[in-house]
Design a protein around this ligand. Structure first.
Ligand code: ADP
Ligand code: MG
Length: 326
């Protein structure tokens, strides 16, 4: 079941019982397992969790760049998993992806103007003047001067500027949904805020809906209307940002929150999230996948997979012993 808040209106994106597996040396790696969530039009949903929990796999499966093993990805009423060929290509224009490493995701041998124009060429816009007009417009929108950057190559730019180019390239086809996969993680701390502000501005200007992926809770908090917390391929908790931060219902969320660094050198850093490393998704624990690191785990947690259940009208948690029971 998608969470309650998004049931209120028809969501732009609805992921339904999505499972994505990778074959790994004759075994099955369960990267995303039975995940359901919805993103309303104009909303920013933040997706957080430790590295390796399946965030990028989920993002790529939304765009059908990785075909899911099971489940649906319903975008504006159409199940993308049922589409192929030209029908999928046409829908895909409406969804775009921004990656973590801006420099690596730009072709080093092509000039900025051509890189940003490429999606227009691919979609068959043959009028050169029309292409130039649109490239100029979107470069200006992301804060780059078209006359200064057009003929230059990606290596001549900083990471932050390259991310502006990536954002321009993602926006040129005027998509409705943008999956931002750790868009500031590879950038210097000093320019992260600039890029986050730019994304906010672009969201308003182009009326975007964002699925914003990050392992950094502070970043997600700054941009998200709602937050979905993921652990080892499954959703732990979904809810409005202020509720999830103010009153986390899942023990894993609480541990993630406790691990946010305090900007005070006299406060000792909290030790790493729960004890040890997450188990392997090749061999996830039975029942609740978080139970091996959970301070509240007991017998039932090893036996039964907890469903995502509402705790309030807007917050849901997948836990046999949620913190809201206190
Ligand atoms: P995250 O983005 O949260 O760091 P990923 O979605 O990249 O997580 O990865 C989830 C799990 O799937 C990890 O265990 C990762 O090693 C595995 N994985 C990701 N991509 C592949 C792939 N192409 N082949 C096999 N395993 C993969
Ligand atoms: Mg990732």
């Amino acid at each position: 079941m998608p969470d309650n808040a998004s049931n209120r209106a028809a969501p732009l994106l609805s992921v339904e019982q999505l499972t994505v597996e990778y074959p790994v040396s004759g075994r099955t790696l369960s990267a995303v397992n039975d995940v359901s969530l919805a993103v309303g039009r104009g909303e920013t949903l933040g997706l957080v969790g430790e590295s390796g929990c399946g965030k990028s796999t989920l993002g790529r499966a939304v765009l059908q760049l990785r075909r899911p093993t099971a489940g649906k990805v319903v975008f504006d009423g159409t199940d993308l998993t049922a589409l192929e060929g030209e029908a999928l290509r046409l829908m895909r224009k409406r969804l775009q992806l921004i990656f973590q490493d801006p420099i690596a995701s730009l072709n080093p041998r092509r000039c900025i103007g051509d890189i940003v124009a490429e999606p227009l060429i691919i979609t068959g816009i043959t009028d050169r003047a029309e292409r130039e007009r649109r490239v100029r417009e979107v470069l200006t929108a992301v804060g780059l001067d078209p006359d200064l950057v057009w003929r230059r190559l990606p290596h001549e730019f900083s990471g932050g500027q390259c991310q502006r180019v990536c954002i321009a390239r993602a926006l040129i086809l005027e998509p409705e949904l943008v999956v931002c996969d750790e868009p500031v993680s590879a950038l210097d701390v000093s320019i992260r805020a600039q890029i986050l502000n730019l994304l906010e501005e672009m969201k308003r200007r182009y009326g975007l809906t964002l699925l914003f992926i990050a392992h950094d809770l502070a970043v997600v908090k700054a941009v998200s209307d709602r937050i979905a917390v993921m652990y080892l391929g499954r959703l732990c908790e979904v809810g409005p940002t202020e509720q999830v931060f103010g009153r986390p219902a899942h023990p894993y969320t609480a541990l993630l929150l406790a691990a946010i660094p305090v900007p005070d050198p006299t406060v000792p850093p909290t030790t790493n999230v729960a004890a040890g490393e997450p188990p392997s998704p090749l061999d996830p624990p039975s029942g609740c996948r978080f139970r091996t690191r959970c301070p509240r785990a007991d017998g039932i947690c090893a036996k039964e997979v907890p469903d995502l259940r509402p705790t309030t009208s807007e917050q849901s948690v997948a836990c046999h012993h949620p913190l809201t029971d206190r």
